[in-house]
Design a protein around this ligand. Sequence first.
Ligand SMILES: [Zn+2]
Length: 83
Amino acid sequence: MRRFTEDNGAYERWLADNQDQYVVNAERSLNPNNLFLHRASCATINGTPSRGVRWIGSYVKFGGTRAELETEHPTARACGRCL
Ligand SMILES: [Zn+2]
């Protein structure tokens, strides 16, 4: 599993290479009540973020297989758009 906590382009590069994997989107505090599991290909976590918003900042990302992410973040809820 990869953890992305800095806005340095590593997340975007990982996503491009791992579109068949999964991502957990988390508040920087890792608030267990606000964790969402996405397919890496989900439109809500790909492409150019809305104006003034970065992918990594107040939110951080974890990337890996679905099993890895569900083990590490058992409270993560499935995204309604991609899962
Ligand atoms: Zn999604």
